[in-house]
Write a protein that binds this ligand. Structure first.
Ligand code: EPZ
Length: 416
């Protein structure tokens, strides 16, 4: 039986780092995962004038002086979630220009919900040559209602409204734990936000924020990824961190698959059966539903279950890019639109496969752990965007796994 401490949450630390520019002073953020996306956010903060120091898993941001209100296009293209800089920059500098974030391999990723809510709050927005030019000088607090509980849009409006006159209400916000984390971080700096995790978030504008030190929560998706790795290899692992409270929907599915999970104060003890039981249906949904970010990983585990399972991906329109690669390993998966039917096979075969995006890439590693023979996963840099050191982590649990990146890929990954 192995044990592993799970890294800090990528999808919490990114909006928290954006929020550090709301304090014209020092913010100390602990338990930051050393991943490509966090390196990219650090570069963005530096590019607008922050002084950023990274000491182990602690990032220290001095945002006393911001000298640039343009978020560099190269970074927005590299990481579309940098759009959350928009709300924070507007709250601080009022005038901001940011390039339109492109789509990515899992979907077109529009930002209409973000922009509609900003306009309701009287932010003027012009889209010029692929850039979004915003002016929040006349912004007022008001009520915005999301047609879809967008995580990024919820974060953007929370950040945008920190200093605004009056009260801003967000109806139908995202309820993800990372939203609650952002509320708690901002309130630790003196903001006045309530309701994160519920159907309405309420932000009372304040005049300024102060220095803070904050520790980021455990990454529930990385924890779920390692549960899937343990499940497919009939293993037993103690996953350490504040995991249980945010992974109910994930754990419920693994229990349905025949796994035994025991919750402790310091984490979750996960024990898999010899062979997994299939699940009737997994439908990905906004929190507290089954997370879309775990869909690829649990699909890999289901490829060797004793029967047929169905997955419905209801959040993103193109999140089955890993299916072709799993099929090359002998999986039996049929997809039609956003439905995938997975007929369990006895054994997968090792093969040369390609990662095309973060979670799909992780799913190929999971499949390779249980396959006969060697599996080579190309483009590992996609996986390093969200996993601090999946090779170290799985290796410590007994996996025979090695990272070999071409010089350029490694340089590229390191540089970011
Ligand atoms: C966040 O992305 C996460 N990223 C994603 O994790 C996660 O999959 C997603 O939330 C859903 O939980 C970060 O937190 C950095 P959304 P985000 O806005 O904010 C549509 C990972 O693997 N939509 O909730 O982009 C959109 O197209 C990444 O860690 C609009 O139509 O997600 C999508 O279909 C992948 N208009 C759905 O909503 C908008 O204005 C969910 O998007 C905004 C979103």
């Amino acid at each position: 039986m192995g044990e592993l401490t799970v890294q800090g949450a990528k999808n919490a630390v990114l909006p928290v780092l954006a929020g550090t520019i709301l304090n014209k002073g020092i913010s100390i953020i602990n338990n930051c995962p050393q991943i490509i996306d966090v390196k990219c956010m650090v570069k963005i903060l530096t590019s607008v004038g922050c002084i950023v120091k990274w000491e182990g898993s602690t990032i220290i941001v001095d945002a006393s002086n911001i000298n640039n209100t343009m978020v560099p296009e190269e970074y927005v293209r590299e990481m579309r979630s940098s759009i959350i800089m928009l709300g924070a920059m507007l709250a601080r500098e009022k005038i901001v220009s940011i390039s339109y974030p492109g789509g990515c391999s899992i979907g077109i990723r529009p930002i209409d919900i973000h922009l509609k809510a900003m306009k309701k709050l009287n932010v003027s927005i012009e889209e010029v040559n692929g850039f979004i030019e915003c002016d929040a000088t006349n912004m007022v607090g008001d009520t915005v209602t999301f047609e879809y509980p967008s995580v990024g849009a919820t974060e953007n409006i929370m950040l945008l409204s920190i200093f605004s006159e009056g009260i801003t209400k967000i109806n139908n916000p995202a309820k993800e734990p990372e939203i609650v984390e952002l509320q708690n971080f901002l309130n630790s700096m003196g903001a006045d936000i309530n309701g994160a995790g519920t159907d309405q978030i309420l932000i009372r504008g304040v005049s300024k924020l102060h220095d803070t030190e904050y520790t980021i929560m455990t990454d529930r998706i990385v924890a779920g990824t390692y549960m899937a790795a343990t499940a497919i290899t009939s293993g037993e692992v103690l996953l350490k961190g504040d995991i249980a409270q945010y992974t109910e929907s994930i754990m419920d599915k693994f229990i349905e698959m025949g796994c035994i999970l025991k919750k402790y104060k310091e984490g979750v003890l996960f024990k898999a059966p010899k062979r997994l039981t299939p699940v009737d249906k997994i439908v990905t949904r906004p929190y507290p539903g089954f997370p879309t970010d775990m869909q690829s990983q649990i699909m890999s585990a289901l490829t060797v279950a004793e029967g047929t399972s169905v997955i419905v991906e209801s959040v993103f329109e193109a999140r089955y890019k890993n299916v072709d690669e799993l099929t090359r390993m002998g999986a039996n998966i049929y997809t039609s639109g956003n439905v995938a039917v997975i007929r369990g096979v006895k054994k997968l075969q090792g093969a040369l496969v390609s990662a095309r995006e973060l979670r799909g890439g992780a799913s190929l590693i999971i499949a390779g752990l249980a396959a006969d023979g060697i599996t080579i996963v190309e483009n590992p840099h996609y996986i390093l965007r969200g996993y601090e050191d999946i090779v170290r982590d799985l290796g410590s649990l007994g996996a025979k796994i090695y990272l070999k990146m071409t010089g350029d890929e490694f340089e590229e990954g390191k540089k970011r």
